[in-house]
Design a binder for this molecule. Sequence first.
Ligand code: ACO
Length: 387
Amino acid sequence: MAQQEYIRVPKGLKNVIVDQTRLSGVDPTGQHTIYRGYTIDDIGANASFYEAAHLFLYGHLPCEDELKEIKKKIDYERGNIPEKLFDALKLAPVTHPMYYGSYGVLLLGQYLAPEWDFSDETLYDHALKLIAKLPVIFAAGWHLAHTGTLIRPDPSLDHATDVLRMIIGRMPSKVEARAFESSLVLYMDHGFNASTFTVRVVASTLSDMYSAIAAGIGALKGPLHGGANEKAMVMLLEAKKQAEEKGVPLEEYIVDYIKAKLAKKEKIMGFGHRIYKLHDPRTDVAAKYIKQLKDGEWWLKVLKKAEEVMWQEKKLPANIDFYTAVLYYQLGIPIPMYTPIFAMGRIVGWVSHYIEQVKDNKIIRPTEEYVGPTGLKYKPMHERCKQ
Ligand code: ACO
């Protein structure tokens, strides 16, 4: 039998290209996030949620009739949640809301697609269903757990406005809704990040889209990935409290605070990135919206100072999570909902990657190097644990 040839890759698949994608990535200079040919600065600042979702799913920005169609479908699907799903969420324990997303999506799959097929009709229909319904699952789960009330979607509102309304329990202003919408667009996709890769692995086994998305939500939950935006805000608020106690402005105190953490070998959440080693361009777009919201100028001073000291000490740039953390705080969003919001944007990328994977599929199954013992023999209990 011919000997198999193996390729050894670095731990964490660092710098390993595993496949091609036409969806998103970083340009050859390593400076720009590209969404299907457009830079993130352009799409993040100009595109609506519907336009960006259309771009990812169908490969181009929508014409007027296409925009009307995708808006109609997303708004309809958002307003059309199986009542039994809300009933199930009423029984859920009070936990981190990312759990509501994982099992809510699986329940949704059981109700809406108990049998799965790979026709275009099924793929695009369920992609849009998931994009529209995931935010409702998170928002409903959160409010039911914390206030016992169910805030229902309003399909007459535009997607981002309605989703933000469901999260904060009040009608947002136009400026707030646009800032929130842009953050969803900024989070929509980012090459083969950990959660997207997870989705593609599950897709490659030809499992259904709902199972793949539930797995992606699990991967996003971790603090080294999407969970970082929550941890970053907790850290900023701790620094703010300490600064107030000491009577020092936060924009000055943040320097000592970060240096003290680094001296204890602690990670500063919201800094560092596997791909961006100099600058995360998504932060520039987020900064524009932070500026327009409550205490915006002041928060930007704090963020810039933190970036300065992190660059000086560690040569690490801030990532998008450091900026969205502040933006969501300005919008009055409860901190545990920050990572679910990341998922509400990233769902667009996940379903697009699912489709791309199954349309040109090869099961993703790497090989391990077994380094444990060999040659052991089964022994009956009376011989096994003799002193
Ligand atoms: N604070 C302090 N030190 C850091 C940080 C940080 N945030 N990030 C990386 N480092 C250090 C590492 O400890 C390592 O130091 P060493 O060489 O002395 O061991 C060095 O910088 C290089 O970093 P790596 O860990 O090799 O970078 P990697 O690409 O493996 O990890 C990651 C990237 C996971 C994002 C990392 O930077 C990190 O943990 N950051 C904090 C969590 C975070 O913000 N995650 C969000 C990622 S972006 C997103 O999901 C949208």
